[in-house]
Design a protein around this ligand. Structure first.
Ligand code: 5RP
Length: 215
């Protein structure tokens, strides 16, 4: 069964504690936290204070996805506010190997995210250093976008790469994930599903999470 990581981007920030409680009492294992800087992506979301607040209200895993340039500047700060997994973008890192090592040196799991146009082959030389690869199934920056169909193909290729390298890497997928595409995503190799609008717009978000879990 896949790991379910609700994306807080789609939560009700007017009453965040209520949505956090809903996730705490659901079958979701992770909180997916999207940090956007308005430079790497054309949107600004939230930062450390929100992550710190969520950390104080949950024992679940905090899966932090940095959509920011030069993420090395903030690695230790994200550790301090409670990140368990820290994912940086391949496209935002000049010295990716160094960044991965710096995340692991802080005691966090290290992830790398790939934009839809970036081939999985760019990770071949670091695949054994990684804990997680995040395949973006939309262009990052906004929730509620349409799922890109080529994602299935990318996940299959990544799965093959991981198996060939005998690596221990979680494949996570983010963007337009819902109860229609979830099963096929798991079938082709996804281990963790991020979903925002599908969960928070559902009539019963807790049951929707259970539905995704059964994928
Ligand atoms: O932040 C995103 C893109 O940058 C994601 O798509 C978001 O985490 C999930 O939202 P949705 O499920 O509504 O696509």
């Amino acid at each position: 069964m896949p790991i379910i990581a609700p994306s807080i981007l789609a939560a009700d920030f007017g009453n965040l504690a209520k949505d956090i409680e809903m996730i705490n009492n659901s079958e979701a294992e992770w909180f997916h936290l999207d940090v956007m800087d308005g430079v790497f992506v054309p949107n600004i979301s939230y930062g450390m204070p929100i992550i710190e607040k969520i950390n104080a209200l949950t024992d679940k895993v905090l899966d932090v996805h940095l959509m920011i340039v030069d993420p090395d500047r903030y690695i230790s700060t994200f550790k301090q506010v409670g990140a368990d997994i820290l994912t940086v973008h391949y496209e935002a890192c000049t010295h990716l190997h160094r960044t991965i090592q710096a995340i692991k040196a802080e005691g966090m799991k290290a992830g790398v995210a790939l934009n839809p146009h970036t081939p999985v082959s760019v990770l071949e030389e670091v695949i054994n250093d990684l804990d997680l690869v995040l395949i973006m199934s939309v262009n990052p920056g906004f929730g509620g976008q349409k799922f890109i169909e080529n994602t299935y193909n990318k996940i299959s290729k990544l799965k093959k790469m991981i198996t060939t390298a005998n690596a221990n890497v979680i494949i996570e997928v983010d963007g337009g994930v819902n109860n229609i595409n979830a099963s096929k995503l798991v079938e082709v190799g996804a281990d963790a599903l991020v979903a925002g609008s599908a969960i928070f717009n559902a009539e019963n978000p807790t049951s929707y999470i259970s539905e995704l879990k059964k994928a």
